[in-house]
Design a protein around this ligand. Sequence first.
Ligand SMILES: Nc1ncnc2c1ncn2[C@@H]1O[C@H](COP(=O)(O)OP(=O)(O)OP(=O)(O)O)[C@@H](O)[C@H]1O
Length: 241
Amino acid sequence: MAEDGRPAPQEETPLAEAPAVRFESVSMRYGRGPEVLRDVSFDLPRGSFQFLTGPSGAGKTSLLRLIQLAERPSSGFISLFGRDTALMPRDAMPDLRKRIGVVFQDFRLLDHLTVFENIALPLRVAGQARRSYAEDVEELLHWVGLGDRIEAYPPTLSGGEQQRAAIARAVVSKPDLLIADEPTGNVDPAMARRLLRLFVELNKLGTTVLIASHDIALVRSLDVPVLEIVDGHVETTGGPR
Ligand SMILES: Nc1ncnc2c1ncn2[C@@H]1O[C@H](COP(=O)(O)OP(=O)(O)OP(=O)(O)O)[C@@H](O)[C@H]1O
């Protein structure tokens, strides 16, 4: 144990081998409210695929917001790719965020851009030329069933279509880490399985994946570890033995 109370092994883990995400005794509350998460510790090893479950209000979105650096823990330590987020300078955060693809529960598509432009945005921001990604973006849009909505604007899409566009945007740049908040909440079971296959394929390419879902059938369809939030604590179950 180091002087600041942090377990010593983290300091000894070389950056390249460090887990994509490490929570150490993390607690979190909103303002002066009750603790939503209490003494939560877990690792997402690089290249792993895990689900995050728990009933409505359990704290799934809150945990994902901590990983996105959108919230700070009230105590404990969070490291991303071996870097302690509390010690990280503010100007290092945008680069770190770029390594994380996020599927938000409320989609967050830009209404004034077409579906194609929304999905291509992370690539455009990364400085890629349109001709280098146009075909890939179209193929991805066909895969998520939006082949006929490429030039549509988000407000004209159904909830399920917006969700699929949000998923395409999160995976298009093959991020190091993908976190998805109820990514199949608005689609039918066949499309949910298809989207899950997309996440599995991305994971095979090396992306670490964490999917929050309370769809038990979906969670059980893969033999991967499940982080379950029970009463503010996180318990890990399942996965290959
Ligand atoms: N911005 C906020 N301010 C205050 N309390 C919040 C805020 N966001 C969430 N909470 C509270 O934190 C708790 C956990 O909410 P959270 O959204 O993380 O749960 P969840 O498991 O994602 O739920 P759901 O499955 O319904 O999306 C809830 O009691 C919720 O009311």
